[in-house]
Design a protein around this ligand. Structure first.
Ligand SMILES: Nc1ncnc2c1ncn2[C@@H]1O[C@H](COP(=O)(O)OP(=O)(O)OP(=O)(O)O)[C@@H](O)[C@H]1O
Length: 257
């Protein structure tokens, strides 16, 4: 998968005038890098992500993918470039796992085509990457929450995006599958923006972290620089203690009221 560079300039949004949910925000994510977005409930994480995958139209500013404003692209072009994994999942789909994952190929098919051998291989590869090959013919509605979450990640992979946006991708997943999904997406080589509630997962897996609080970007940069005890206290209202684990040397934060 090739990766796109993402540039966000003065991006803001609110449901009404004088009710900003995201204040003007600017940052860049280099091609192939992983950005983790952290912040308390209601900080504006999902809103920022919705602006990145063109679900919301900005009040001000731009989202540029390799210097192209995503609002100048066709919907199909956006779908060829940007894939999304959301917290909410379809529950009543009368489709098999394979059919759901094959939906990821839709933006790449020519009109009225139903996908050829190459598309079928891409779908099977995506299923295999998420350890879902044995589930291919199961009805989506019969899967557990965590299995469904992995199917949605597989669908996004089948889309072969240049930017992958994930809203809490580890929700519903047990610890093993959390790590598997994060390690998998890290290895994709595509540009990734993901919200994460678990600050330690963000610290370990993101190249850069953006801290949001009340719709404002408080800081942006490498996890070791931005996830300070002071920043956690300011954005989450908890005391944090930073330790270094042995023998890995990885930073680990613990939290107290
Ligand atoms: N369409 C809307 N109309 C009014 N308020 C909205 C709208 N969308 C979002 N908000 C408000 O904006 C704030 C930020 O919401 P958002 O869902 O982006 O936060 P979040 O950081 O993703 O939260 P969480 O961690 O709880 O999922 C919340 O207070 C929310 O109620």
């Amino acid at each position: 998968m090739t990766a796109a560079a993402l540039r966000v300039q003065d991006l803001s949004w609110g449901p009404k005038q004088d009710l900003p949910v995201l204040h003007p925000t600017s940052f860049e994510v280099g091609a192939g890098r992983i950005l983790g977005i952290v912040g308390a409930n209601g900080a504006g994480k999902s809103t920022l992500l919705r602006l990145l995958y063109r679900f919301l139209r900005p009040d001000t500013g731009q989202v540029l993918l390799d210097d192209r404003d995503i609002w100048t692209m066709s919907a199909r072009d956006v779908a060829r470039n940007i894939a999304v994994v959301l917290q909410e999942q379809p529950t009543d789909f009368a489709l098999t796992v394979r059919e759901i994952v094959a939906l990821g190929r839709t933006p790449h098919l020519s009109a009225f085509a139903s996908g050829g051998a190459r598309d079928a291989t891409i779908v099977m590869d995506a299923l295999a990457q998420l350890n879902l090959a044995d589930f291919a013919d199961r009805m989506f509605g019969t899967l557990s929450g965590g299995e469904r979450q992995r199917v949605m990640v597989a669908r996004a992979l089948a889309q072969q995006p240049r930017l992958l946006v994930l809203d809490e991708p580890t929700n519903h997943l047990d610890i093993r599958h959390q790590l598997e999904v994060l390690i998998l997406i890290k290895g994709l080589g595509t540009t990734i923006v993901t919200s994460l509630h678990d600050i330690n997962l963000a610290a370990t897996h993101a190249d850069d972290v953006l801290v949001l609080s009340k719709g404002e970007m408080l800081t942006f940069g490498p996890p070791d620089h931005v996830l300070t005890e002071e920043m956690i206290a300011r954005s989450f209202g908890v005391r944090a203690q930073r330790q270094h684990l042995h023998p890995s040397g990885d930073a680990h934060l613990t939290f107290h009221l």
